[in-house]
Design a protein around this ligand. Structure first.
Ligand code: AMP
Length: 285
C-alpha cells in the first residue's frame, strides 16, 4: 500500500493508472477509521481495479465553535486498517496544499443544503462539496463511495456530480451499526458510558417510527411527537432536529407516502449524533 502526501504525485499516479486502463474507486474519509468506513472500502474494492482512500480532516466543513481541533485522529491505526482492507493508495493531503494562501473558490449545492444539518451547520455542506470536488479533481476516480449514514451529504454529492457533469459514479452504502444499533461514527468515542446508553435513543426512534408506520400512522406530527418523547426520556439528550421529508428534495412532507426519509440529529452531552432511515411499506428501517 502506497501513502501519497502530495497533490501533484496523486494526480500523476492517477493519470498513470488511467492510462493503463485501470478503474479507480475513491473513498473520501476524515480518518479514525471504523467498520463503516471499511464497508465503503469493500464496495470500492468490488467495483474497481484500484482502491484509493483519502484521509483529510477538512477544516472548511467545521464551524468556528465545532470540534475541528478535538476531532479524533489516529493515522498509524488507520494505515493498519486500510492495509488490511486491501487499500492500494492512501492519499493524505496537507491542509496547506489543499487551501493555499489566496484560495477563494467554493462549490455550493443550493436548495438541498437548506434543510436538516444545513440549518444548524451553515458552513458544513459548502465545505463538503468544495473538498469533494477538489478530491475528485486530484484523484480522478471513476467512482466514489459514500455512506447513507450521512444521507444529506450523499444526496448533495450526487446532485453536484449530476449538475457539474462530473463523470463519476456515486455509490451509497447502508449504515453500519454497533451490535446494539448505534450507527458507527468517529465521534462515538466522545460519549462517556452513560451517554453511550442514551445514544441508543436515535436507533430506537427510527424503529419506533417504522412500527408506527407499519400500524398505519401516516401523520408526521404524531410520529415526530412520539420520537421527541422517546428521545426526551433519555438523559443528556437535546434534539437538534427530527424531520420526515421527501427522500429526493429533503423537503418536509405533510403526510407519509410510499417512501419517506426520517432524519434526526440529537445532541448527547457535547456530542452531536445523526441517523436516518427510509420508511417504506414492508421494509424495516
Ligand atoms: P467521515 O470520515 O465521517 O467523513 O466519513 C467518511 C465516509 O464514511 C462518509 O461517506 C460517511 O457517510 C461514511 N460513514 C461514516 N459512518 C458510517 C457508517 N456507520 N456506516 C456507513 N458509512 C459510514
Amino acid at each position: 500500500m502506497q501513502v501519497i502526501k502530495s497533490i501533484d504525485q496523486m494526480q500523476e499516479t492517477s493519470d498513470l493508472l488511467r492510462m493503463k486502463g485501470k478503474t479507480i474507486a475513491l473513498v473520501p474519509t476524515m480518518g479514525f477509521l471504523h467498520e463503516g468506513h471499511l464497508e465503503l472500502m469493500r464496495v470500492g474494492k468490488r467495483h474497481a481495479d484500484q482502491l484509493i482512500i483519502s484521509i483529510f480532516v477538512n477544516p472548511r466543513q467545521f464551524g468556528p465553535s465545532e470540534d475541528f481541533d478535538d476531532y479524533p485522529r489516529n493515522f498509524e491505526g488507520d494505515l493498519e486498517k486500510a492495509g488490511r482492507a486491501g487499500v492500494d493508495i492512501v492519499f493524505v493531503p496537507p491542509a496547506e496544499e489543499m487551501y493555499p494562501f489566496g484560495f477563494q473558490t467554493s462549490v455550493l449545492v443550493k436548495d438541498l443544503a437548506d434543510h436538516l444539518c444545513g440549518l444548524t451547520r451553515p458552513a458544513f455542506f459548502g465545505g463538503v462539496t468544495t473538498v469533494v470536488s477538489k478530491l475528485f479533481n486530484i484523484v480522478r476516480p471513476h467512482m466514489a463511495i459514500f455512506g447513507q449514514k450521512d444521507y444529506q451529504q450523499l444526496t448533495i454529492v450526487t446532485r453536484m456530480v449530476m449538475d457539474l457533469n462530473m463523470d463519476i459514479r456515486i455509490f451509497g452504502v447502508p449504515t453500519v451499526r454497533e451490535p446494539d444499533g448505534l450507527a458507527m461514527s468517529s465521534r462515538n468515542g466522545y460519549l462517556d458510558p452513560d451517554e453511550r446508553i442514551s445514544a441508543l435513543c436515535l436507533k430506537k426512534s427510527l424503529d419506533l417510527a417504522g412500527e408506527m408506520f407499519a400500524s398505519g400512522e401516516r401523520t408526521p406530527k404524531a410520529i415526530i411527537g412520539a420520537i421527541a418523547a422517546c428521545i426526551e426520556e433519555h438523559p443528556f439528550t437535546r434534539i437538534d432536529y427530527v424531520n420526515l421529508c421527501d427522500p429526493v428534495t429533503l423537503e418536509d412532507v405533510d403526510v407519509l407516502g410510499e417512501e419517506t426519509l426520517l432524519a434526526l440529529a440529537v445532541w448527547v452531552g457535547k456530542t452531536r449524533l445523526i441517523d436516518n432511515c427510509l420508511i417504506r411499506e414492508n421494509i424495516p428501517c
